[in-house]
Design a protein around this ligand. Structure first.
Ligand SMILES: Cc1ncc(COP(=O)(O)O)c(C=O)c1O
Length: 526
């Protein structure tokens, strides 16, 4: 097949050797998109170098001579201009939040305001070292403390552990607090209840923390089944992990009843606060009976998503769990003043039951400065507006597409920050995957697919508050057009994407057997 689109743009080559169908002169390039080899393949001519190194004449340090290289390292030989062009061309093959919306539900990618970046790059924040004497980093510590105060106030909780490095790391921190609290009472409870619709990290974290996981079914309207949850409660239950708003994009209206029931049996309530961006400034989880909750700074406060690496997932704790929070910890004293508690002053603050530490130092300074910049530039009223706009945008997408895409909980009323669709109603042999791949040809990153698992062929769209109406209308028009093609059984959709640098890849092999190291031309996949 040699598809040419209406503007004459030739599609990229598939993995399946379809290049043979292209003209013989074809290089694989199209328009300004070049078929880019690996940097090692590009460096055909040896002996080139992008930098001039001075000859080193000094004798090697005694005893180190055996470490001297006998041969030059097998680095690609390229001029500076060639290297820059290679990486710039590669960067153009990538989709980015600075190019268009990332409608990924649950994973949330939103515009990171440049003001945040400017603040994070100020030398007083960017260049601090964790081993510097505390007296020389007073400003950085003040930023951590001020952000902590905001998080405590916005969530209505008692204290916060700022150090966890990601949402999932925060979940672990919360569960370790729950375990420490039970142990302090001499109880060894072994079960954590997790709803069916939970993010995969919830049961994984509970299992990692050594708990048995029991699942709670969802009701027909996509929420936690309260009666089923109550039936599972008992002295063996350490706690529940509930995401609110949940991963179907719905508010758990029974949250207070759930918390009361769990507390009555001696358990604690962990709330996965990843979706806090839908309720920030509107609802305080502490008022709903939550004992521990992580906040993904990237989702609510617009820091870049760290993918578990340079991210940040502070955990707010109720008065009941705060005594067990890891060091460093930020908590209110009796007068309500918030203090940073570390090893050297833990005794003075009576914080003597900390379960330990989550990380060596204080956490991600770069994320703290960005998040605080976002909070201060919005103010309390602005944050409320953030939540309202995130919810408004998701409802706009939901209502604009529900006649062409089935919305399983559409009749249950407005959604929160995410619009959930399913593949019900698509023509036979057409699936969620076709919609996702079709969107790539329309110039959009696909939404989250096949999650949450409680919905068949789920498509979870999270527009976030940072998309304009014009941008949303463009996305909606594309989503509608692809959905209509899938409903009508338009066979050409099965070939999508045809305008991307790559066609449909083997996603199972990519996940199970990723080729991460280049081992030479002879056997690259070895
Ligand atoms: C609902 C929910 N819980 C937990 C997580 C895990 O967060 P992280 O990727 O920062 O570990 C995510 C991911 O964004 C999420 O959407």
């Amino acid at each position: 097949m040699n598809v040419v689109n209406s503007s004459g743009w030739r599609p990229s080559m598939g993995e399946d050797g379809e290049a043979s169908a292209l003209p013989e002169t074809c290089s694989g390039d199209h328009a300004l998109m070049l078929e880019e080899p690996l940097i090692f393949e590009l460096a055909a001519t040896e002996g080139k170098c992008g930098v001039d190194f001075e000859e080193v004449e000094a004798e090697p340090v005694a005893g180190l001579a055996r470490f001297l290289r006998k041969e030059a390292p097998a680095l690609p030989s390229l001029a500076e201009s060639e290297t820059i062009r290679h990486y710039t061309r590669l960067s153009r093959q990538n989709y980015a939040i600075d190019l268009g919306p990332f409608p990924l539900g649950s994973c949330t990618m939103k515009h990171n305001p440049r003001l945040n970046e400017k603040v994070a790059r100020m030398p007083g924040f960017a260049d601090v070292h964790p081993l510097q004497p505390a007296a020389s980093v007073r400003g950085a510590l003040e930023v951590i403390n001020e952000l902590a105060v905001w998080l405590i106030e916005l969530t209505g909780m008692h204290g916060v552990a700022m150090s966890p490095k990601a949402g999932a790391h925060g979940e672990l921190c919360g569960l370790l607090c729950i375990r420490a609290a039970h142990e302090a009472k001499g109880e060894a409870r072994e079960v954590i209840l997790v709803p069916e619709s939970a993010h995969g990290t919830n049961p994984a974290t509970a299992a990692f923390a050594g708990y048995k996981v029991e699942s709670i079914p969802a009701t027909a309207d996509g929420r936690v089944d309260l009666a089923a949850l109550e039936a599972k409660l008992g002295p063996h239950v350490a706690g529940v992990m509930i995401t609110n708003p949940n991963t179907c994009g719905l508010f758990e209206r029974d949250m207070k009843k759930i918390a009361d029931a769990v507390h009555a049996c001696g358990g604690y309530v962990y709330c996965d606060g990843a979706n806090f961006n839908a309720i920030v400034g509107k609802v305080r989880p502490g008022d709903l009976g939550v004992d521990a909750m992580h906040i993904n700074l990237h989702k609510t406060f617009s820091t870049p998503h760290g993918g578990g690496g340079p991210g940040s997932g502070p955990v707010v704790l109720s008065e009941a769990l705060a005594p067990f929070g890891p060091l460093p910890f930020t908590a209110r004293d009796e007068a309500g003043v918030v203090h940073l508690v570390e090893e050297n002053n833990a005794g003075a603050f009576g914080h003597t039951q900390a379960f330990g530490r989550m990380v060596a130092f204080h956490g991600q300074m770069g994320m703290f400065t960005r998040a605080l910049a976002y909070i201060l530039s919005h103010g309390a009223d602005g944050l409320k507006q953030v939540a309202e706009d995130a919810v408004l945008n998701a409802n706009y997408v939901l209502r604009s597409c529900e006649d062409v895409l089935s919305a399983p909980f559409g009749s249950a009323g407005p959604c929160m920050h995410e619009a959930l669709f399913s593949d019900t109603g698509l023509a036979e042999h057409f699936s969620t995957l076709d919609i996702a791949k079709g969107l790539i040809d329309e110039g959009f990153h696909p939404m989250t697919v096949y999650f949450p698992l409680v919905v068949r062929g789920a498509m979870l769209v999270e527009p976030t508050e940072t998309e304009s109406k014009v941008g949303l209308d463009r996305f909606i028009a594309s989503l509608r057009s692809v959905a209509e093609r899938a409903r009508a059984g338009d066979e050409s959709l099965h070939a999508a994407p045809v305008y991307a640098p790559r066609r449909r890849l083997d996603e199972t092999m990519a996940a199970r057997k990723p080729v991460l190291v280049w081992k030479g031309e002879a056997n690259p996949a070895d």
